[in-house]
Design a protein around this ligand. Structure first.
Ligand SMILES: [Zn+2]
Length: 149
């Protein structure tokens, strides 16, 4: 399991996460699922699509993506021959590991990138995938590729 993301996308995510502090931020990574026989569950990011945290209360601890935003991102990706490969959110003053709430609301087949923001500064990020039985998350490799200039 791995997701390939450019350093440019990581920088956008970190900027959004730090800017949204102390609230959780969220967004989508749009890209391609790589179907390589040897390696299961690999994807490659094309771009980052930030979205608004629609949660009206407790935005320090929760995020909510409304179904319309999800559908819009999916339709746009579809038109481009791409798909949503990852849902990104931040954990203000909490580690970059999924919460029980995250597990209950996650779907298998997608990557979940979590950014930990401590006192307005992003201190770490990891990518996770829900197991098919939805019992737990497994960490996956997050490969950062340098953008050529
Ligand atoms: Zn979370």
């Amino acid at each position: 399991m791995a997701i390939h993301v450019s350093d440019k996308i990581i920088a956008q995510i970190i900027e959004q996460a730090e800017h949204s502090y102390p609230h959780e931020c969220c967004g989508f990574i749009i890209g391609t699922v790589l179907n390589e026989l040897e390696v299961k569950a690999q994807s490659k990011a094309s771009y980052y699509q930030p979205c608004l945290n629609q949660k009206s209360d407790n935005r320090e601890r929760r995020f909510l993506i409304d179904p319309v935003s999800y559908q819009d991102a999916e339709d746009k990706a579809d038109n481009e021959g791409l798909s949503i490969v990852s849902i990104v959110h931040s954990h203000p003053d909490h580690p970059d590991i999924p919460s029980e709430f995250d597990r209950i609301h996650a779907w298998p087949g997608l990557s979940y990138i979590i950014v930990s923001v401590q006192n307005r500064k992003a201190t770490g990020y990891r990518s996770w995938r829900l197991t098919d039985d939805r019992q737990c998350f497994e960490q996956e490799r997050l490969c950062i590729e340098r953008t050529e200039t």
